[in-house]
Design a protein around this ligand. Structure first.
Ligand code: FE2
Length: 363
């Protein structure tokens, strides 16, 4: 792609600011099956923060918390609750990426910084994104350690993996009227293009409405849908997020699996809660997607959703929010040709909830 002035190699990691990184790391190890890879903290000379690096497949999560109340990390947690602070993308040249982004309107909040240890060199720098979220560019071709300078490797425990393989997409919620601004920002600043646009006609029901634009980079590796609330009869789930997160931020991270049945079965056994799917959703599912060779009974038993488009189909499921505030949640997705986002499910799901409500005489 000729206009790809900011070539991105892929996702590097996602960093969360949380109230208690030690417990978060333990939770992600025991439930989602991430393996602890590296950490920093007081014992490694980090005086202001503890960070745990967790990995599964190509997904790397970093959980960070503050040692004191005056830290910007603590303030971030007080305002937003636990949530995503940094979306880190791998590039070949951080300095060039920052210069290109800045020239096109980005606000640089961390200039290119080089860190070095016995494993090599990592260069990182950051720009401001929606709300208090930031994009970090990372250059690590010349680094062979587990994560980065300043981090100490953790003796790898046996990983109770659930089969998560990679990040598929990361979704941001923004205020009403801001979706187009950020879609343009992705185009202008990062050289992304608009893959799809869903209007409130596509994804609205009586009760919840939203609009969404999906932005993707030149190689199609990184996909960022941006949601904004639309007018509905009741408060939309996007408005609820914005209220509790106190502004825009990451709504969900979707991760790929090669066997969604096994992944979801294991996660359910480890007490992860998923979005409730009414049985009536499955009454019409075969009619909607046709015979694609899936096990309908197992699909229903596990509450997995299915959606089809011209390229193929996909299986997906959404967790409940991962913290007390109704903010960040996860999606597990298995693609069979489809490059979509399961937009048909939004309607099918809510229509079936409303159908059940009508059966109870409450609609
Ligand atoms: Fe999604």
């Amino acid at each position: 792609m000729s206009k790809d002035f900011l070539p991105i190699k892929g996702y590097d990691h996602v960093e969360f600011f949380v109230g208690n990184a030690k417990q978060a790391a333990h939770f992600y190890h025991k439930t989602f099956g991430f393996t602890p890879v590296a950490k920093k903290g007081l014992e490694t000379g980090s005086r202001d923060r503890a960070s745990y690096v967790m990995r599964q497949g190509n997904v790397t999560f970093v959980f960070t918390s503050a040692y004191g109340p005056d830290s910007p990390i603590a303030r971030h947690c007080a305002l937003h609750g636990d949530g995503v602070k940094v979306i880190a993308l791998q590039v070949a040249d951080v300095e060039r990426a920052l210069a290109a982004a800045k020239e096109r309107g980005a606000t640089v909040i961390q200039p290119a910084t080089t860190q070095e240890d016995e494993h090599g060199i990592v260069v990182a720098g950051g720009i401001r994104y929606a709300g208090d979220t930031i994009f970090r560019f990372i250059e690590r071709e010349n680094y062979r350690g587990p994560f980065g300078p300043g981090f100490q490797p953790i003796e790898a425990h046996s990983a109770p993996s659930v089969g998560l393989a990679a990040i598929d997409h990361i979704v941001t919620n923004v205020h009403l009227g801001e979706m187009d601004y950020w879609a343009k920002w992705f185009e202008q600043v990062l050289g992304f293009e608009n893959l799809v646009h869903f209007t409130d006609e596509d994804i609205s029901t009586e009760y919840s409405a939203l609009m969404s634009k999906v932005m993707q980079n030149g190689t199609g590796k990184c996909k960022f849908p941006i949601n904004e609330p639309a007018e509905g009869k009741k408060k939309s789930q996007i408005e609820e997020y914005l209220e509790y997160y106190r502004g825009p931020g990451v709504q969900h991270i979707a991760m790929n699996t090669a066997n969604i049945y096994e992944t979801v079965d294991t996660l359910r056994k480890r007490d992860i809660d998923f979005l409730r799917v009414p049985d009536s959703y499955y009454d019409y599912v075969q009619e909607r997607v046709g015979d694609v060779g899936e096990d309908w009974d197992r699909l229903q038993a596990l509450g997995i959703l299915i959606d089809k488009d011209e390229d193929g189909y996909l299986l997906q499921i959404f967790t409940a929010p991962m913290q007390d505030r109704p903010t960040l949640f996860y999606e597990v997705i298995q693609r069979h040709g489809s490059r979509g986002f399961g937009i048909g499910n939004f309607k099918a799901l809510f229509v079936s909830i409303e159908r059940e409500q009508a059966l109870r005489g409450n609609l």
